[in-house]
Every structure is written in C-alpha cells, then in structure tokens.
Write a protein that binds this ligand. Structure first.
Ligand code: UD1
Length: 428
C-alpha cells in the first residue's frame, strides 16, 4: 500500500501541461471495439482505469500497447462478447462495453457493476435505453445479457446520465434506422467520443448537446462485410478539465501562481467563475489558463453541483478542501451522488470545521489545517486530501493512494514540478 508524505505550506507555481481526460479515454477505448482496426489514441493518460480498460479489451481478443502517451489498440481480432467478472468489478466504466459490443457483435454480457463508495450508481437508464432501442436485455442476479439490433426511433433519457448517453450512442450505430437520443448529457467528453466515432466512420451528430442523432448502419453489426471493414484511426483525447481544476486548486490554496497549458477555459467556465468569486485572478489564453491566487481567499458562497455546464461533482471534494481556508461560510450542495463527502471526516481530523446536512456540506472557513495521517476512500476525495496536505502546516500522510492512481497520472510528479513537497512511499 503506497502513501504520500507531504510537507505543507509551500506556495506552488510554474507551468504544467494538462493531460488527456480519463472520462474521454475510457469511452473512446470502449468505442474502439465497435470498429475493427488499429486505433492510435494520443494524449491517453497512463492511469489505472485506463490500464483496466486495456485488460478488458485484451480479454475480448484485442491487443493494446502504450508508446509514451499513445495507446495503440488493435481491435481487428475481437472474438468474445463477455466482459470477465474480475475486471468488471474493478471498474464501473466497463459498462460501456455493452454498447460497443452490441454494435460490433450483436451481443454483450457483463456482470453487474458493483456499488461504489460515492453512491448507489445504478445502470437502469442504460438498460431501459437499450430496451427502447430494440435490444433484448436479460438480467439475472449475476449477469446482464443483451442482444439484437438497434431498430432506431426516439429514446428519451429520464436524466442526462453521462455513461448512458455514451453507451446508447455506441449501441445505436448498428441500427437500421436513425436513432434520436433526447435529454442527453452535454459533457465535453461526449462531444469527444463523437469525434472519435466519426473518425471511425460512424454517422453521429449532436454530441455535446441535449439531442444526439445516430444514423445507423446495420452493416456495422455482426457478420456483414462492412462490419468487418477495418478502419485505422489516429485520435487525440480532449484535455482533462477535472485534472486541471485539481491542480489549479492546489495552486490557489497554497497562495501561488501558475500557467496551465493544454486547457481551454471554455471547458471549465463554472469552475473558473467559482475560483474568481474566491478572489482568484484568472487569465485565459487560446489553450492555456493562468491562475494567480488572491492574498486572502473568500468563500464562493453557495455552490451546487450539476450536469455540464454546471459545477462538476468531480471537482466538489477539491473545492470543499479549498473552502476550509477561505474567509466566511460556504455551502456546497452535492446534487449528483448520494455519498460524496467521504473525505469530510479526514479533513476534520486535520482541523477543518465541516457539517453535513443532507445534501449540503457547510464549511466554516479560516480554519488552518494541520498535518495528520489520513486515508483516501475514493478518487477525487483522495486528491482532495492531497490538496489538504499541501495547504496544511507540517507533515501529512495520505494512505491508500491507489484510489488516486485510478485517475491522475503521476500526481506526485506533477505537484513536484510545481514546487510541491510530496513523496510517494511504500508502507509496510
Ligand atoms: C460520469 C463520470 C464521473 C462523473 C459523473 C457525473 C465517466 C467515466 N465518469 O460517471 O466521473 O462523476 O459522470 O458527472 O465519465 N444514474 C442512475 N441510473 C443510471 C445511470 C446514472 O440513476 O442508469 C444516476 C447516478 O447514480 C448518479 C447520476 O445519475 O446519481 C449521474 O450519473 P452518470 O451521469 O451516469 O455518471 P457516470 O456516467 O457513472
């Protein structure tokens, strides 16, 4: 079990290049299954979730290899349609394989994705959408099996689920008619998935808006000549707005100044607006953002997480940590997941004053954090504890950093590049 040892109180500064987005790389790699070919996915983050996705692709018959930050996936020889239980239990995003396997092979079997510490995370919207599109779906205690062809038509999502939008987009490419998906999630990673799918030759439009239209081609399905047609692709993954927000919060909370390259402010407007409300100076360039922390941080007031373009739930834990040092009272309302304040107890151990009332976290600011031994319980909550360590006086040890490895490539190296004093050690 590795842990981070952090010496806090050092202002971060300098320059950092933002990596490709985890939440785009995962569905893009799943979509590579839908089209046989050699797919070069550039700017692909080297993170544990991507390594699990590689294992899934390999278990289905694909071969994958990393060359620097380019993941090369050869999906020409996919010959299995069942995602093994062991990998399915390690990553919820394996659910995407339903859509892409249905498109490629006309059938898919997955085991039920397990619960997750941040909430229940059901997949009912995925299943209902597939049924509405004409697929047969059988659910047992253990497995979910889907088969058939998409018959097209209109699917109305009851809630703009990111994963369901992506899954249904992929499944629809085998349709004989046009499929219109309404009330879609609008996250930039969905537009990015669409970009990759188009590069593969699929006819998808509207990605990134509430209405996605997929003009299916039944030949994309099993046994047809066109379905076997290889298309080799080269694709660059969109930048990771959540990684960007995390590093920016680290700079802000330590009173520093830094330039982030490979990030467009337009992808994270709401987050930048909240930082500005806290007294941070933000300068945006074509594909860079400069952050200068204010002398004193102010509370941003009330922040409510919501689907894009609202404040992202994936940045909520980092903001909560930042607000422990801001002047005034902050309310953060978590509207997307039921239990996403897992890091609160650990922050209190470090001196924070936080109360949870239902969906709201109420943070009394100007509580100086003190170093302590804390334990990460999930990906973003874990990153938020590393930030707390950087802001705190003295030494902080963050245990269970494998949660952080799921979504940040070499987090300690990035923070050290900005001047953070952080070391990774293997504890016994
Ligand atoms: C994606 C992101 C995750 C982010 C989340 C919300 C990826 C790989 N992950 O997760 O980082 O936190 O979006 O922005 O892109 N829901 C249902 N039934 C369903 C599906 C979802 O009730 O069938 C609920 C979930 O429990 C949750 C809410 O809808 O409360 C949002 O989930 P969703 O948008 O699907 O998130 P994910 O795609 O899982």
């Amino acid at each position: 079990m590795d842990c981070y040892h952090i010496q806090g109180g050092v202002p971060l500064g300098g320059e950092y290049r933002i990596k490709g987005a985890k939440n785009s790389a995962l569905p893009v790699l799943a979509a590579a299954v839908a089209r046989p070919g050699i797919h070069e996915i550039h700017d692909c983050p080297r993170i544990d979730d991507v390594f699990v996705m590689e294992e899934i692709l390999q278990s289905l018959g694909a071969s994958t290899r990393f060359e620097g930050n380019c993941l090369v996936a050869d999906t020409r020889n996919i010959d299995k349609t069942q995602v093994p239980r062991e990998v399915m239990s390690r990553m919820r995003s394996s659910v995407f394989l339903m859509g892409s396997l249905l498109a490629r092979c006309g059938e898919a079997t997955i085991t039920r994705p397990g619960g997750c510490r941040i909430g229940k995370r059901p997949i009912d919207i995925h299943i209902e959408g597939l049924k509405q599109m004409g697929f047969e779906v059988e659910i047992s205690d253990e497995e979910i099996k889907a088969r058939g062809r998409c018959r097209g038509g209109r699917v109305q999502l009851p809630y703009p689920s990111v994963g369901a939008t992506e899954n249904l987009m992929m499944a629809a490419v085998s349709g004989e008619e046009e499929t219109v998906i309404e009330n879609c999630a609008c996250e930039p990673e969905i537009a990015d998935l669409q970009g990759f799918m188009r590069t593969c030759g699929f006819d998808v439009s509207g990605g990134g808006t509430g209405r996605i239209v997929v003009r299916g081609n039944p030949d994309a399905g099993k046994g047809s000549e066109a379905g076997k047609m290889n298309v080799d692709t080269m694709y660059f993954i969109v930048e990771d707005r959540i990684e960007a927000a995390t590093y920016m919060a680290a700079v802000i909370g330590t009173g520093g100044r830094a330039v982030f390259r490979n990030i467009r402010a337009g992808l994270m407007q709401e987050v930048l607006a909240v930082f500005e409300r806290m007294g941070v100076k933000v300068r945006s360039f074509d594909d860079a953002v400069e952050i200068t922390s204010g002398a004193r941080l102010k509370s941003p007031g009330i922040v409510i997480t919501s689907p894009f373009p609202g404040f992202p739930t994936d940045c909520q834990p980092q903001l909560l940590t930042l607000c422990t040092g801001a002047e005034g009272l902050t309310t953060i309302r978590e509207e997307i997941f039921e239990s996403r304040f897992t890091h609160k107890r650990e922050l209190i151990k470090m001196g924070a004053n936080i109360e949870i009332c239902g969906k709201n976290a109420i943070i009394k600011g100007e509580c100086p954090l003190r170093g302590n031994r804390v334990c990460a319980a999930d990906l973003r909550g874990g990153a938020a504890l590393v930030l707390a360590g950087l802001f705190a006086a003295g030494e902080t040890v963050v245990e269970n950093v494998h949660h952080i490895d799921r979504g940040y490539e070499n987090f300690e190296k990035g923070l050290r590049q900005l001047g953070g004093v952080i070391e990774r050690r293997t504890s016994d």
